[in-house]
Design a protein. Sequence first.
Length: 246
Amino acid sequence: MHRDIRGSGSLNIHLKKSLKNSETRDDDASLSSGQDLLARLRADIVKHTFAPETKLKFSDLTERYGLGIGTLREALSQLVSEGFVTLEAGKGFRVAPVSRHDLAEVTEHYVSFEKRALTRSIAAGDDEWETRIVASFHSLSIIEDLSWAERMRRHGDWVDRHRQFHEALVAACDDRWLLRLRSLMFYQLERYRFLSKMNREKSPTRKGTEHRAIMEATVARDAQKATALLERHIRETSESILGTLA
């Protein structure tokens, strides 16, 4: 397999689609099921349609999503267990707050889960897995090679392709629980990334260079190098986000 592309640069599938679609539109269309509602609510919190600590009123949510209070309560309770929403007796549901301490904890857990998942993925991955990594990197690099202004205009595309690239890296991991925990931490960190998206975290060229290095080390089956590059990539991103938090 040729491993250098010249010029190329879950919690569930519903969340992936919701994040991309809600980045480009903000509609009040009724949702067809409680599962759709859970994905849409989670996506709206991640992308800060609902700001941190916003009170989530049933009257507003019923109007926005077109589903009843019982279905809303069930979805919100699930999001409490995932850490996106808080519930206080007598005060109702609120979007979980953000803080430097919380970001530090999310980062530590995400680094741990992502490195373990990548190591297992490298050990088990086949040719199809390698092909998916290279293809997802190429797709991501198309956005990262754009000017900053154009990239921000296509931020929704970047978010979707960035997620696909990181998921491709760990796709061959055979530990389902590890992938589930890794996915939860990914979306928690994504919430912080959205909070600071208007700040130039790193130049697009630098991000692209980092992604290429991670891709090349991974398909070369160099787990030690790939995980070290991945950890540095995650920690530097978190450091840049810390600068935007009080």
